[in-house]
Design a protein around this ligand. Sequence first.
Ligand SMILES: *Cc1c(COP(=O)(O)O)cnc(C)c1O
Length: 397
Amino acid sequence: MSDPITDLIHHPYQPPATFAAPQPGVFKASTVFFADVAAMRARDWKTKAGYTYGLHGTPTTFTLEERLATLEGGTDCLLVPSGLAAISLVAFALLKTGGEVLIPDNAYGPNKALAAGELANFGVSHRFYDAMDPEDLAAKLSDRTQLVWLEAAGSVTMEFPDLPALVAVCRERGVVTALDNTWGAGLAFAPFDLDGSGQGVDVSVHALTKYPSGGGDVLMGSVITRDARLHQALKLTHMRMGWGVGVGDVETLLRSLPSIALRYEAHDRSAREIAHWLQGRDEIAQVLHPALEGSPGHANWQRLCGAADRAAGLFSVVFDERFSAEDVDRFCDGLRLFRLGYSWGGPISLVVPYDIGLMRDASVARWPHRGTLVRFSVGLEAVEDLLADLAQALAAL
Ligand SMILES: *Cc1c(COP(=O)(O)O)cnc(C)c1O
C-alpha cells in the first residue's frame, strides 16, 4: 500500500478503450507516457502513428484534423489557435528573407497588416494585386514571388474572383498558392479541385472561428494541404512556433461540425432573402453579394459555386451617397436584432460599418463607390424579424 496521495495519482481504474458514443473522447495532455526508453526514442512526432507530446497532437485533435481535411478535400491538416494564426503559419513556413508575397487588395485586413509588420521586419516584401484581374497578378509575379494569397469572396467588399484563372497563372510560374477559404468553408466549392480535373490551390486556410464553430465563442484555425512536402514544411514551422490549441475548444468544434452544412445553408438562405430585399430599397446604392446578379464577380461565383448553389450568410451594402457616414452609424446604432460586432458565422446577426477608402491600396484599383459600406453577417433568427428590424432602422434615417 502506498500513500493515498500516490494511489490517487496511480489509480487502477482506466477508462475503457472502446467506449462507444456519438462524440469522440476528449483527451487532454501535455505529457504522454511511454512504456520504456526504447519506445520514447522510437516515437516520431512528425507522423500520426503515435503520440509524443500534447503540442504535437492528441486523439482528439487528430480526429478534428481528419474531419476538416475531409470537409475541404485535402489530405493533411494542422490546427492553430485562430484563423489569423493559420495565415501567419503559412507565411512563416513558406516565406524567406528577400522573397515576396502577393496579396489581393480586398484580402482579410490583418493578412495585409502581417505583411506590412513582421514580414517587412524579416526582409520579406509584399505587393497587392487586383483579385478581379488575373493579368494584374501575372504582371506582378516575379522571380522573388514565394507565395500568392487568394480569397473568395473578398473580405468585406465581397468581389468573387476567377479562382481557377488566378491559380492557373501561379501554377504556370510554379508559385505556391494559399487560399483563405473561410467564406467557402469547404461547402461552396472544393478548394483542391476547382475545375473537376483536380486542379486547385496548394494550401487552404480556414478560420474555424466562423462556420465550423457556429457559436461566436471559439477561436481556431486550420491549414490544409494535399501535398506531403508542403505539409511537412508547415508542420515543422507549426512545431517550432509552438502553436497548440486548447482541447476544450477542439471538443466544441467536434460538437458543432456535424451541423455545419445545415447551418451554412440556413445562413445563406436568409442572407439572400435579405440582400434581395435591400436591393429594392432606395436608401441602398448597391448590394454586394456574389450570388446576386449585378454583384462584382457574380459570373465567377456562378461558374464555381452554381452547382452547389451555396454562398454563406455574408453580404455588404453601399448606402446612397446622400447619407453621410454619421447617418449610416446612426442606422447601425438603431438596429435591435443585428448586433455590432466583428467576426461572423454565429447564431446572432451582426453589422459593421467600414470606410473602404482607408482599407485599399490606391495603386491597385480605385474603390468605385462614395457611400458608406455596411457588412452584414446574417444569423439564425427568423427572416421576417430581421427584415422588420432593418425596416425600422431605415425608416429612422
Ligand atoms: C475571421 C477571419 C479570419 C481570422 O480568423 P480569427 O479566428 O478571427 O483570427 C481570417 N480570414 C477571414 C476571411 C476571416 O473572416
